[in-house]
Design a protein around this ligand. Structure first.
Ligand SMILES: [Zn+2]
Length: 259
């Protein structure tokens, strides 16, 4: 399932921007060059489907993922720093959800992540793109990540909630200089989030071998529980940078530090 098709002259088509007349054109997958058909769906975003198996695009695509890709693409496409943007670009053996070039000619891949993956897998995929001189932006779908499952009750910009974060979220937080990006498909809302160390006091008491009672307090720091703050992003310009600490080439939104 794809959002982009080409014909034999190389003209590109976006699945949800074409009409019924597209059925008269022979459409091909930009990656494997096999035939595609247009699916005018009411349930999912209108898309193209392979008639055969695609060696690049083997996974069936969820409604969540296809919608997320479309919404993010539309947000980024309209910012004033984008020179060129396409869906589903083949880079070596991977297909990037969204690929773009900024006005300076720097290449960026946006990964729209709807399923849980490990921090290691995220790092490997990032490295594969980095090896091709491509900067990477990861955006997580709110639906499948614990850290952000009940946004309605959260007040903006305040560190007044505690959440449990995964290793993936921690690694992204480090990589994006204290940010993790999430997208809510239903609200069509893009969030920047920040975590801070959560701790509380614990008391202790014990008897020494001599029978003396000792009591006190200590600070307990949590590894997976964090304070959490967020902003709703309204500007979608990206900029490219290197994180020297994790060694990754990243693209991130030009958001101002809000915490
Ligand atoms: Zn294909």
């Amino acid at each position: 399932m794809t959002l982009r098709a080409i014909d034999n002259t190389g003209t590109e088509y976006t699945s949800y921007l074409v009409s019924d007349v597209i059925r008269k054109i022979e459409l091909l997958c930009p990656s494997c060059k096999q035939k595609l058909v247009w699916v005018n769906s009411d349930v999912k975003v209108k898309h193209f489907r392979h008639l055969t198996t695609c060696q690049y695009n083997t996974e069936p695509e969820s409604k969540e993922h296809i919608e997320m890709k479309k919404e993010i693409y539309e947000l980024i496409k309209n910012n004033n720093n984008t020179q060129e943007i396409v869906y589903e670009k083949t880079v070596k053996n991977r297909i990037a959800d969204i690929y773009l070039k900024d006005k300076a000619g720097q290449q960026i891949v946006v990964e729209c992540q709807c399923t849980k993956i490990t921090a290691k897998e995220m790092s490997q995929r990032t490295k594969d793109y980095n090896d091709n001189n491509i900067y990477v932006l990861w955006i997580l779908n709110t639906k499948n990540f614990n850290a952000i499952d009940n946004l309605d009750t959260w007040s903006n910009k305040k560190l007044n909630k505690i959440v449990r974060v995964s290793n993936l979220e921690k690694e992204l937080h480090k990589t994006y200089f204290g940010r993790v990006y999430y997208f809510d498909v239903i609200k069509k809302c893009l969030y920047g989030t920040h975590f801070e160390t959560y701790s509380n006091y614990k008391s202790y008491e014990f008897y020494t071998p001599g029978g003396e009672l000792v009591c006190g307090e200590y600070t307990k720091y949590y590894k997976t529980v964090k304070y959490f703050s967020l902003i709703i992003l309204e500007h979608f310009n990206l900029f490219c940078t290197k994180n020297d600490y994790t060694g990754k080439l990243i693209a991130r939104f030009a958001d101002k530090k809000w915490w």
